[in-house]
Design a protein around this ligand. Structure first.
Ligand SMILES: Nc1nc2c(ncn2[C@@H]2O[C@H](COP(=O)(O)OP(=O)(O)OP(=O)(O)O)[C@@H](O)[C@H]2O)c(=O)[nH]1
Ligand SMILES: [Mg+2]
Length: 469
């Protein structure tokens, strides 16, 4: 049922330069032919070469009859070298709500069905034009918020992640096939697999799966942005630093401690990396009233959900018990966070040195001197954030980050089966057991690229797409 003719408006609603109505499936060229009058009267769409564009008029029901709906450029693309792998026609008309709507209606009257969300891409997948990872990348491209998330998604569309996954799949497949051949053709002369050799192969597969899983954190940052929070005692200049990063006075700053009450989230873009920064209320040992208590609680909570903590110290004042209490909050072993220490107010006379700060930590977080008011060290801070998360990251360079929770879960499931197979080998279980675990791993991984995938799952994945894609 998946090559019936479908149609949808592929451009966003509202006014624009052009609007596109897209058709795919059986007989779409003939259907449009009925509505389209070429400016070159002798021309018929059914005979024009593939991947050509034609100028003319669209009629509501039959070409030449009634009032013209709009002028249009009609692009003809014949199967199989098209986005969906089927015949595609794209009608580019004037971009307004009414022309595209009227043309859509005319197509529907010709018996076409309104496409489901993501149905064009789903067909591309079902017709083998792209795999499931690539189909999902199409959605990520449309939703990309920064250059980095776009770059990651386009690389995935080109197949960077698919290639990695396919190579792991192939290794599991080869091993499974060998094991099953040993079982099925026990009489024949198939070379035995010794345990050491099998373990070596399994460990290699496991390492590759774990490498991919390890990129999930970076992947999350690429697609959702880096969650960053300013933490510090009152009046150290957290809000001023946020304004300096934003290059705008967006947050209230004052010399009265306790200015910021509610946590405020703002976004900045550092060379394509989306950084979501929360400015919090200054933390002190205890609040004077209920509101202060609540603000302090909120600030402490934001430590838990942040990927990066910017700990702000006022280097023009002495370190106080409030600083130390925040430091103890941050040195919890459960807090595997990245921390940057920002020694602010470097324009004033300094009360402590970098060495002093270093001595406060059991690890060595990067330390940066800034002046939020004189804009000193602000670009350095940006560069540091970028380099901590992006520059030193091989996964970003290779563009094979796991950005999708579905992918991560499948990899975790596959890993489980591989570990079971590994245990079976170590316990010298029969090949039957090992092969069963390997086959499960193979099926699980197959869901990633869509080698084996249920209709329900496809429905779920593509329903998150927009109509017309
Ligand atoms: N000289 C100097 N003053 C600064 C600097 N950064 C901030 N200040 C001043 O310090 C005061 C407090 O700044 P805020 O940005 O409101 O401090 P905060 O940490 O957000 O304070 P709370 O919201 O109360 O926790 C203001 O008077 C700022 O102008 C700096 O780098 N140098
Ligand atoms: Mg503040």
């Amino acid at each position: 049922m998946f090559n019936d003719a479908i149609v949808a408006i592929s451009t966003p609603s509202g006014e624009g330069g052009i609007g596109i109505v897209r058709l795919s499936g059986k007989n779409v060229i003939a259907r449009v032919e009925e509505l389209f009058q070429s400016s070159n009267k002798g021309k018929t769409l059914s005979t024009v070469p593939s991947h050509t564009v034609h100028y003319g008029y669209i009629y509501p029901d039959q070409k030449g009859k009634g009032e013209i709906l709009d002028q249009a450029l009609v692009t003809i693309m014949r199967a199989p070298h098209t986005y969906t792998g089927e015949d595609i026609v794209e009608i580019s008309c004037h971009g307004g709500t009414i022309p595209v709507k009227k043309i859509l209606e005319a197509c529907l009257k010709k018996g076409l069905r309104l496409a489901d969300p993501g149905e064009f891409t789903k067909r591309a997948f079902l017709n083998g034009r792209i795999d499931l990872i690539q189909a999902e990348a199409v959605c990520d491209i449309i939703r990309a918020k920064t250059e980095l998330s776009l770059s990651s998604a386009t690389k995935q569309l080109k197949g960077s992640l698919s290639n990695k996954v396919n190579s792991i799949w192939q290794k599991i497949f080869d091993l499974t096939a060998h094991l099953e051949a040993l079982l099925d053709f026990a009489q024949e002369d198939i070379p035995q697999l010794n345990s050491a050799e099998m373990l070596k192969n399994i460990d290699l597969i496991l390492a590759q799966i774990e490498d991919l899983i390890a990129t999930t954190f970076t992947g999350k940052i690429l697609s959702n942005g880096l969650k960053t929070t300013f933490i510090g005692k009152p009046n150290v200049g957290k809000s001023s630093l946020l304004n300096a990063l934003l290059e705008d006075e967006q947050v209230i700053v004052s010399s009265t401690p306790g200015t910021t009450r509610d946590a405020i989230e703002k976004e900045i873009n550092i060379s394509g990396l989306l950084v979501k920064i929360t400015d919090t209320a200054g933390i002190k040992s205890s609040g004077q009233n209920e509101i202060e208590e609540k603000s302090i609680k909120q600030s402490k909570k934001s430590i838990q959900s942040a990927d990066l903590i910017l700990l702000v110290l006022d280097s023009s004042g002495n370190l106080t018990k409030e600083d130390f209490s925040i430091l103890s909050e941050l040195s919890l072993p459960s807090l595997e966070k990245k921390i940057i220490v920002v020694a602010n107010k470097c324009d004033l006379k300094q009360k402590f040195t970098e060495e002093k700060i270093k001595s406060l930590f059991s690890f060595s977080p990067p330390i940066i001197k800034t002046s939020a008011t004189r804009l000193i060290g602000i670009n350095k801070l940006k560069e540091l954030i970028y380099s901590l998360f992006i520059n030193e990251n091989i996964a970003v360079r290779e563009n094979t980050c796991i950005t999708n929770i579905r992918h991560k879960n499948i990899l975790l499931q596959t890993k489980k089966f591989i570990i079971l197979a590994r245990d079976s080998i170590i316990q010298e279980q029969s090949e039957e057991f090992i092969s069963m675990d390997m086959r499960n791993a193979l099926n699980s991984l197959g869901e990633l690229t869509g080698k084996n995938v249920s209709a329900d799952l496809l429905e779920k994945i593509f329903s998150t797409f927009c109509i017309g894609k």
